[in-house]
Design a binder for this molecule. Sequence first.
Ligand code: IMP
Ligand code: MG
Length: 177
Amino acid sequence: MSNIKVLDKEFEPYLSEQTIQSKISELAIELNKEYAGKRPIFLSILNGSFLFTADLFKQITIEAEVCFIKLASYKGTTSSGNVITSIGLDVNLSGRDIIILEDIIDTGKTLHHFLPQLASSQPSSIKIAVLLNKTEALAYPVKVDYACFDIPNKFVVGYGLDYDGYGRNTKAIYQLK
Ligand code: IMP
Ligand code: MG
């Protein structure tokens, strides 16, 4: 594998297609067991998670739904912090078993702000599955239930992850040189 250039930056190979795919298969096997008979709903957070979601969901053999959502943050007028809204969430989540799919957890800020809203729709359970977990960067109390890879605090692109919107369209993952 060779280096790639995305916009003005150079990236070197980090996780190969095969390494990624074999971890996703392991995760699918685990979820198929864990959620058998529960009809879980996978909530995939766009944009970064689209390839991870597609490859994982192909290997989910139990009855399951998938829903793609976008999280947008805006400054609340009454609260001091950021408010996160979800776009595209058109399913009744009451009593459902939810598995959130994220490409990467960095500080955990996005999910930390979104989880209470999700909880308010009274699902039966919420678990978080991520492809990449930047464990050292975590600054908010978010519990990751399934992580394919724990990675150091380095910027990565590829396989759905972007640098300024570019670099998503690779089968492998690359890290900043
Ligand atoms: P958090 O809210 O800080 O956990 O940020 C998570 C989001 O930041 C991810 O969904 C990505 O969109 C983005 N992100 C964090 N680290 C990286 C990276 O190394 N490469 C590309 N995107 C990243
Ligand atoms: Mg993302």
